[in-house]
Ligand binder design. Structure first.
Ligand code: ASP
Length: 343
């Protein structure tokens, strides 16, 4: 078994607050800044920290600007360096980090090495920054062979990537995975909750498989009291291929024949509609109430306890697989593909 110092971690730096500096227009990423700063911090070269190489992207971005094409770039970067490195760390803005982590989990099939996504609430350039602590622990976790999935590490917690959500805009505990236990926590010791880690499935190919994604036309719409069926009509118009419908509680919707009519018509046009709850915690149980039964009849699929980020990227992924019929996509949506939902 390799010692931690013999392990090599490939760090992909995409941008985000973590490496930003103050400018007249507010915080913005500065090329080279984070790399130079890391070189000055002795802890990163400690014997208990794996060796690492940082690949700074030529255009560092605020993650609010990330696009599905960027997810593909990151996934391909990991696949290209997969054999040379023991683990991967993605330095990313926190705003859309959960989307990126979810998308990577779908694109990287049969992943057997850790991919740890992290960022920070306070830039490394500022006093009290959480950046170097998050990077340091992500590096250590990325060297842990027990992890073979995409995770988010933030503020002492290791979370499953496709279960994580940004829940706090200003606190240091920016991320949570409300429907899945934390995979690990950092205290005096670094502890992994092994029972919750994704295990390699026996008979699964050992080779990583890169599954690319297109950019299908998808929307997310949150219900609100008094919502006009016309809004739904407009959103569901072609070329829309999929909709994440954010419903109340256990997956309930208003008892409106007009709203149900729009959903039925869209289903007939092969639009895939996933029912995700507006609640942060818990699962959709369609048909538990009269107010949810209309959705079942309209062919809407239960998103169970998936996050919006997981539902959206799962749909991106499935709609991008060439030749899948609508029935096959729906069938795959009911399956737990990468630990993203509790079936
Ligand atoms: N707007 C920043 C970003 O997502 C916020 C952050 O990194 O915390 O890139």
């Amino acid at each position: 078994m390799k010692s931690i110092k013999d392990k090599r971690i490939y760090v992909i730096y995409t941008g985000g607050t973590i490496g930003m500096v103050k400018t007249k227009q507010g915080y913005a990423p500065k090329q080279g800044y984070l790399l130079d700063k890391i070189k000055t911090i002795k802890d990163f070269y400690h014997n208990d920290v794996p060796d690492f190489a940082i690949h700074e992207y030529p255009q560092l971005i605020d993650s609010a600007n990330i696009k599905p094409e960027d997810w593909i770039t990151i996934a391909l970067d990991i696949v290209t360096h997969y054999d040379q490195y023991d683990g991967f760390v993605i330095l990313h803005g926190t705003d859309t980090l959960a989307y990126t982590a979810s998308s990577l989990s779908f694109m990287l099939k049969n992943l057997k090495k850790p991919v740890i996504c992290t960022g920070s609430q306070i830039p490394i350039s500022e006093l009290r920054s959480d950046a170097s602590d998050n990077i340091l622990h992500s590096l250590i976790l990325a060297a842990d062979e027990r992890i073979c999935e995409v995770c988010v590490y933030f503020n002492k917690q290791l979370l499953r990537g496709n279960r994580s959500v940004k829940v706090n805009a200003s606190g240091m505990d920016a991320f949570s995975s409300p429907n899945y236990p934390a995979l690990g926590q950092v205290g005096v010791d670094i502890e992994l909750n092994e029972a919750y880690l994704r295990q390699a499935i026996s008979g699964e190919p050992t080779e990583i498989e890169f599954k690319t994604m297109g950019v299908p036309k998808i929307a997310i719409l949150s219900l609100f009291p008094g919502m006009d069926a016309n809004i739904l009509n407009k959103v569901l118009q072609p070329p829309l291929q999929g909709l994440i419908l954010k419903t109340y509680g256990a997956g309930n919707i208003m008892n409106s024949p007009e709203v149900i009519h729009e959903l039925i018509e869209a289903s007939k046009r092969c639009v895939i509609i996933i029912n995700c709850t507006q609640c942060l915690k818990g699962s959709v149980k369609m048909g538990a109430y009269e107010a949810g039964i209309g959705l079942v009849n309209a062919g809407v699929i239960s998103g169970l306890d998936m996050t919006d980020e997981a539902a959206l990227t799962k749909l991106f992924y499935l709609l991008s697989i060439p030749g899948l019929t609508q029935g096959e996509i729906k069938e795959a949506l009911y399956k737990d593909l990468r630990g993203e939902m509790t079936v």
